[in-house]
Design a binder for this molecule. Structure first.
Ligand code: NDP
Length: 449
C-alpha cells in the first residue's frame, strides 16, 4: 500500500501509461512502497522529480532479429535492450533468452538492476536486455546464427564505457562467446564490452560461480547475524538447476548443508540423502537435459511433475533460483508451516507480493534478490576491472573479494533497515540503500532541459 501522495501519483501515472506491463509495475510498486520514509524526509526528491525519472528507462531499444534455422527457414524474434539508469556508471546487466521475454520483463529486470548495482558499491548503472528466442532444442549453429544476428543491431548501442551486457536465463558462456565474437568483428576492437566471457578471452575466474556463491555468502552472514546459526547441518531446497542454482547448491554443500530438492521448469526432484551435484551438472551443463533424468542415476530419488510444489518439501533454508513469481502465497505458507528459517532469493523477483507479505509477517529471514543475488554483477564488475587493468586475478582472489562484497551488502542493507524500520525488513533496507546513492548522483548531475 502506498500512502504518500507524491509517491502514489508517480505510481498511478505509471499504471495508466504501462497498464499492460505487469512485471514492471510489480517491481516498481515494491520499491516505491518502501521509499516513503526517505521521500518524506527529503523534499528535494519531489522537487527534482527524482521518482518520475527513476521509473522511466533512459532508453529502450527494440529490434527485429532475423536468422536462418538448420532447415533453411527464416525465423524472426524480437530483441530488446533497456538502458535504465546511468547515474552511477555505464549501464550493466544481463541478456535473457527465453520465450517469456517481453518489454515488461526486460523493464522490470532493468529497474531492479539499477538498485542492485548500486548496492554492490561498484560504479555500474542499470540495464537489461534479451529476446523471446528459446535456445532450448536449438543446435549450436542455430544458436550461433541467432546470437550473431542479435549482435548485428546491439553492437551500436553498447561499449565498455557505455553499456556492458552479460548472461542471464538462457545465456551462458556459449551465447556470450558468439555475441562477443560478432561484436569484435563489427566494432574491430577487443575491449571488455561483455562480462561472463570464457576465461580464454578475458573472462574472470569465479564469475560462473559468483551469483550462487554470493547468495550463500549473503545468507550465511544473515543467519549468523540474525539467528546466530549457519548453513551447517541445514536442509536446503533450491529451485532451478541452471547457473545460479547449481553454484548455490555447491557452496551450500561446502558450508555443511544438505541440498534435498532441485527443479527445472517441468518438475522437481527430491533426494532425501542429499542431491548428487555432479549428476545435476552432467545432466544440465553437459547434456543440456531434463532434471527428471536424475532418476536414471538414483532410483531412490523422487520426481514430481510440478515445479511449483517444490516449496512443500520441508527444509530449513529455501533458495529460489529459477525465475520471477515462481514462489506464490501457498508456497510461502508451506515454507512457514514446515519450519523454514530463511528464504534468500537467487533469482530476480521470484516471490510474488503475496508471498513476500507472508514472509514479512512471519519469523522467517527473508533476503530480497536485489541484495542477495548481487554477487553475479559484482563479479562482473571485477571482470571489468581486470579487463581494464589487462590482468587476471586468481580464483581465490576474486572469490575473496566477492565474499567481502556480499558481507558488506548485508551490513548495508541491515543497517539501513534498522535506520528506517525494525531491522528485520531487509526489503526496505535493500531498496532504500540502493536508491539513496542513485538519487544523490541524479541530483548532482542536474536535469537536462
Ligand atoms: P539459467 O538459464 O542458467 O537457469 C534457469 C533455471 O530456471 C533452469 O533450471 C530453468 O529450467 C528454470 N526456469 C526457467 N523458467 C522457469 C519457470 N517459468 N518455472 C520454473 N523454472 C524455470 O539461468 P540463471 O541460473 O542464470 O538465472 C536464474 C535466475 O537468477 C533468473 O531470475 C536470473 O535473472 C537470476 N540471476 C542470474 C544471474 C546470473 O549471474 N546468471 C545474476 C543474478 C540473478 P528449464 O531448463 O526447464 O527452463
Amino acid at each position: 500500500m502506498i500512502n504518500n501522495n507524491y509517491v502514489k501519483n508517480v505510481y498511478d501515472s505509471l499504471c495508466c501509461k504501462y497498464s499492460h506491463e505487469k512485471e514492471f509495475l510489480q517491481a516498481v510498486q515494491e520499491v516505491l512502497e518502501t521509499l516513503e520514509p526517505v521521500v518524506e524526509k527529503d523534499p528535494q526528491i519531489e522537487k527534482l522529480g527524482i521518482l518520475e525519472r527513476m521509473v522511466e528507462p533512459e532508453r529502450m531499444i527494440t529490434f527485429r532479429v532475423s536468422w536462418v534455422d538448420d532447415s533453411g527457414k527464416v525465423q524472426v524474434n524480437t530483441g530488446y535492450r533497456c538502458q535504465f539508469n546511468s547515474a552511477i556508471g555505464p549501464y550493466k546487466g544481463g541478456l535473457r533468452f527465453h520465450p517469456s521475454v517481453n518489454q515488461s520483463v526486460i523493464k522490470f529486470l532493468g529497474f531492479e538492476q539499477t538498485f542492485k548495482n548500486s548496492l554492490t558499491g561498484l560504479a555500474m548503472g542499470g540495464g537489461k536486455g534479451g529476446s523471446d528466442f528459446d535456445p532450448k532444442g536449438k543446435s549450436d549453429m542455430e544458436v550461433m546464427r541467432f546470437c550473431q544476428s542479435y549482435m548485428n543491431e546491439l553492437y551500436r548501442h553498447i561499449g565498455q564505457f557505455t553499456d556492458v551486457p552479460a548472461g542471464d536465463i538462457g545465456v551462458g558462456k556459449r551465447e556470450v562467446g558468439y555475441m562477443y565474437g560478432q561484436y569484435k568483428r563489427l566494432a574491430n576492437e577487443f575491449t571488455g564490452v561483455f562480462t561472463g566471457k570464457p576465461v580464454e578471452f578475458g573472462g574472470s575466474l569465479a564469475r560462473t560461480e559468483a551469483t550462487g556463491y554470493g547468495l550463500c555468502y549473503f545468507t550465511e552472514k544473515m543467519l549468523k547475524t540474525l539467528k546466530n546459526t549457519t548453513f551447517d547441518d541445514k536442509k536446503v531446497v533450491i529451485s532451478g538447476s541452471g547457473n545460479v542454482a547449481i553454484y548455490a547448491a555447491q557452496k551450500a554443500i561446502q558450508l555443511g548443508a544438505k541440498v534435498v530438492a532441485m527443479s527445472d521448469s517441468s518438475g522437481y526432484i527430491y533426494h532425501k540423502f542429499g542431491i548428487d551435484l555432479d549428476v545435476i551438472k552432467e545432466i544440465k551443463e553437459v547434456k543440456r537435459g531434463r532434471i527428471k533424468e536424475y532418476l536414471n542415476y538414483y532410483k531412490n530419488a523422487e520426481y514430481v511433475e510440478n515445479c511449483r510444489d517444490i516449496w512443500t518439501v520441508p527444509c530449513d533454508i529455501a533458495l529460489p533460483c529459477a525465475t520471477q513469481n515462481e514462489l506464490d502465497e501457498n508456497g510461502a505458507k508451506a515454507l512457514v508451516a514446515n519450519g523454514c528459517i530463511a528464504v534468500a532469493e537467487g533469482a530476480n523477483m521470484p516471490s510474488t507480493p503475496e508471498a513476500v507479505e507472508v514472509f514479512l509477517n512471519s519469523d522467517i529471514l527473508y533476503a530480497p534478490g536485489k541484495a542477495s543475488n548481487a554477487g553475479g554483477v559484482a563479479t562482473s564488475g571485477l571482470e571489468m576491472s581486470q579487463n581494464s587493468l589487462r590482468l587476471a586475478w586468481s580464483f581465490d582472489e576474486v572469490d575473496m573479494r566477492l565474499k567481502d562484497i556480499m558481507e558488506n551488502i548485508f551490513d548495508t542493507v541491515y543497517q539501513t533497515s534498522k535506520k528506517y524500520s525494525d531491522g528485520k525488513n531487509l526489503v526496505a533496507g535493500a531498496n532504500i540503500a540502493g536508491f539513496v546513492k542513485v538519487c544523490e548522483a541524479m541530483k548532482q548531475q542536474g536535469v537536462a532541459y
